[in-house]
Write a protein that binds this ligand. Structure first.
Ligand code: ACO
Length: 469
């Protein structure tokens, strides 16, 4: 096992600075680790305690009688070099350093000392200035964030700690399953590129989303990104795009935010899907994690509201996706079932007088049609339909189809019942949003990813470059 791999697959973890007091970071990290169900060995380290949360406690890492793969460090900054030296001598592979008070407040030397001490022993460092790491396949929650993270296939890397913790909570409410959540903070050693190299091959991860403030080694990052995006979609939200934002980045994680235009060009070249904000990034991640990839065939919009169809069409057009007439076979099969004034162009407008069954039937017909490659289903709540019933029927119909073999994104627009329907559909693995633009933008990302991958492939071939793939 490489030392970066030990970050995700440790057999044993020591929490250094495990506190006896609930509410302190070192206590909460240990509690999450135990309660989330890590099956490996857990060792609390604290010279002032004999036992914490029912586990025997050791005064330092080197007093632990067994091998330790990972340490999670939560002692004040000035104690960190000593902890790292002690752990390094013992052969610990990776240190996850939660502690703040390094480069981000100008203590560059202290941070360098930590990294150099670790390197001397061949140990890798995650952080410092982070909230920890989650890896759901092995039930690792070594963070002081929420406990019950939902397992799934989204990998989330965040340079911001507080925002990352908040978004961790959001994934639970929004039912977005994650394979991993990594807080990288100051990136003193392990950086995004190292993580991408691991996650590219990690079978539990289908898509990665990075909240990025700045990169330290641009070339390394771009190389890892292009190799990654040949296999799996890589979504990035770049913060610090304005001059004022860039200044905020410098005092937050001590990174250089860099030039916006340069970033966007490099992102495009290396196949990164750049989201405009965090909401969009998670919208896309949800779609990629639930759905099969887009292969080919037409995208068809089915809507019961003309306006929703127009908004979605705009978003698709802005993303270079044009709609053509639905296949004749679909038009012919839907025509007898729809009101006379329904539109059978694309978007297919089944009209506001459609019933629950009529709407679901039209969506399923579109999914089943061989000429259709993807479906965007838009629903506006009306008094003659019930969004929750529609959600249930759609879930059942998809089950009867044997699951989704082509991509579909859904928008359920309306009041309380529609929000319930959104949650139900998402829980069932059908990516659903409360607004048509969000469903359309996620679909566009999905369709465009295929082109992006092909473009990167072509470019690498032209350059005579090989990848990790
Ligand atoms: N080895 C092991 N344990 C030790 C050692 C040692 N050498 N020395 C002391 N300890 C114990 C302490 O006795 C204490 O345990 P106790 O509470 O049972 O007495 C425990 O380690 C923690 O030490 P404290 O001195 O109490 O430190 P405290 O918990 O107050 O702060 C912390 C440590 C949390 C690392 C702090 O320095 C810090 O950096 N806080 C910010 C962390 C952070 O926000 N990171 C970014 C995350 S992202 C975001 O912004 C949300």
């Amino acid at each position: 096992m490489s030392n970066t791999e030990a970050l995700f697959r440790p057999k044993s973890i020591a929490v250094v600075g495990a506190s006896r007091h609930p509410g302190k970071i070192g206590y909460e990290v240990l509690k999450n680790l135990i309660n989330y169900g890590f099956k490996g060995k857990i060792y609390p380290v604290n010279p002032k305690a004999d036992e914490i949360l029912g586990l025997k406690t050791y005064p330092k890492v080197s007093s632990i009688p067994d091998e330790v793969d990972m340490i999670v460090v939560s002692v004040p900054a000035k104690l960190v070099p000593g902890v790292v030296e002690d752990a390094g001598k013992k052969g610990v592979k990776v240190a996850v350093i939660i502690t703040s008070g390094f480069k981000e407040i100008g203590k560059v030397e202290l941070e360098r000392e930590v990294v150099e001490t670790a390197r001397k022993h061949g140990m890798r460092v995650l952080g410092p200035n982070i909230f920890g790491i989650v890896y759901t396949p092995l039930r690792i929650n070594a963070t002081f964030g929420p406990q019950e993270v939902i397992p799934g296939s989204v990998g989330f890397i965040t340079q911001s700690g507080a925002l990352g913790i908040a978004l961790m909570g959001m994934t639970i409410v929004e039912k977005i399953g994650v394979s991993t959540i990594v807080s990288i903070g100051n990136k003193a050693d392990i950086d995004d590129a190292d993580l991408l190299q691991f996650l590219e091959k990690d079978e539990s991860t289908k898509v990665v989303l990075i909240y990025l403030e700045g990169v330290t080694d641009g070339k390394k990052f771009m190389k890892a990104a292009e190799s990654f995006s040949l296999r799996k979609p890589l979504i990035v939200v770049k913060a610090g795009k304005t001059e004022a934002g860039a200044k905020a980045v410098a005092s937050h994680t001590g990174s250089l935010a860099g030039n916006v235009a340069i970033y966007s060009t490099l992102f495009k070249e290396s196949g990164i899907l750049e989201a405009v904000n965090v909401e969009q990034a998670f919208d896309w991640a949800r779609a990629f994690s639930y759905l099969p990839p887009y292969e080919d065939g037409q995208l068809v919009i089915v809507t019961n509201g003309g306006g929703a169809g127009v908004l979605a069409t705009d978003v698709l057009a802005e993303n270079g996706i044009s709609l053509s007439r639905p296949p004749d076979s679909l038009v012919n099969s839907l025509k007898p079932k729809l009101p006379e004034f329904a539109s059978l162009k694309n978007p297919i407008d089944v009209t506001g007088m459609i019933s629950n069954e009529g709407y679901v039937d039209a969506v399923i017909e579109a999914i089943r049609n061989d000429g259709v490659g993807a479906v965007l289903a838009l629903y506006c709540e009306t008094a003659v339909t019930d969004p929750v019933v529609i959600a249930d029927e759609l879930i059942n119909a998809v089950k009867e189809l044997g699951g989704l073999r082509k991509p579909i994104t859904v928008a359920m627009i309306g009041g309380e019942k529609s929000y319930k329907a959104v949650a139900k559909l998402n829980e069932a693995g059908i990516p659903t949003y409360p607004m048509p633009e969000r469903a359309a933008s996620s679909m566009a990302a999905l369709i465009n990813y295929r082109k992006v991958r092909e473009r990167v492939e072509r470019r690498l071939k032209e350059l005579g470059r090989t990848t990790n793939a």
